[in-house]
Write a protein that binds this ligand. Structure first.
Ligand code: DX5
Ligand code: ZN
Length: 231
């Protein structure tokens, strides 16, 4: 069921890599709505993370939504593997290749929801003829590749324009990068509904002391919801 309520999606990029299963169960118990999985190839972005086998391994620990963000190029050859690993949403980058339309077809064809991510320097014009094929647009508010970077403010206006372009279509607007209780309200007011947060969720906590995860999630959600009701 589609809705525009605020959803917090912790990025496991900031979790303990030796403990993904426990970390995921901990953030879900503490209020996470989705689990965001960052896949990097050392080519499209200057960092390497994980692939389909790890997604398959963590899938049984996720009871919400497995939101897989592919920062890889090329993409198409790997879509079936990420779908078979249990992804609910697969997001590819507009900048990852010349055939985004085909990539979105392949993601839905593999039985997943199709996401499209835009780097901070990319405009929204090029997606106009693909809106009926997209379930989620991910606006990168940092340059992809690393957690813990500074929020890029110019992306607020992009989200506002994107929200107007989407109209009544059932497309989520997800923000990825630099989300904190200070920046999340700007994006929520501009029209975002899914807020990815890595460092701002995992800071201060651990699997043996997960309460800070809950405090961090509640702080981001409260700030975002307050900005919504004020807009
Ligand atoms: C960046 C990743 C993000 C990142 C967010 O390339 O796509 O999901 O982990 O981390 P924070 O919330 O720390 O900016
Ligand atoms: Zn991401």
């Amino acid at each position: 069921m589609f809705d525009r309520s605020i959803k917090i999606a912790p990025s496991i990029l900031s979790a303990d890599f030796a403990n993904f299963g426990q970390e995921i169960r901990a953030v879900e118990a503490q209020g996470a709505d989705w689990i965001h999985v960052d896949v990097m190839d050392g080519h499209f972005v200057p960092n390497l993370t994980l692939g389909p086998p790890l997604c398959a391994a963590i899938r049984p620990h996720i009871s919400t939504v497995m939101d897989v963000h592919l920062m890889i190029s090329p993409v198409d050859a790997y879509i079936d593997a990420f779908a078979e690993a249990g992804s609910d949403i697969i997001t590819a980058h507009l900048e990852a290749g010349p055939h985004t339309h085909r990539t979105l077809q392949a993601i839905r064809g593999a039985g997943c929801k199709a996401g499209l991510a835009l780097n901070p320097g990319t405009g929204i014009e090029d997606i106009a003829y693909m809106l009926d094929m997209i379930d989620l647009i991910c606006v990168m508010s940092v340059n992809p590749g690393f957690g813990g970077q500074k929020f890029i403010h110019s992306q607020v206006e992009k989200v506002r324009n994107l929200r107007a372009m989407i109209g009544d279509r059932p497309i989520h607007i997800e923000i990825d990068g630099g989300m904190t209780p200070e920046t999340a309200p700007l994006m929520a007011a501009a029209g975002a509904d899914v807020l990815v947060a890595g460092s701002a969720v995992f800071r201060g906590g651990s699997v043996s002391d997960p309460a800070p995860y809950g405090e961090n999630i509640r702080a981001i959600r409260a700030a975002a919801e307050a900005a919504r009701s004020g807009s």
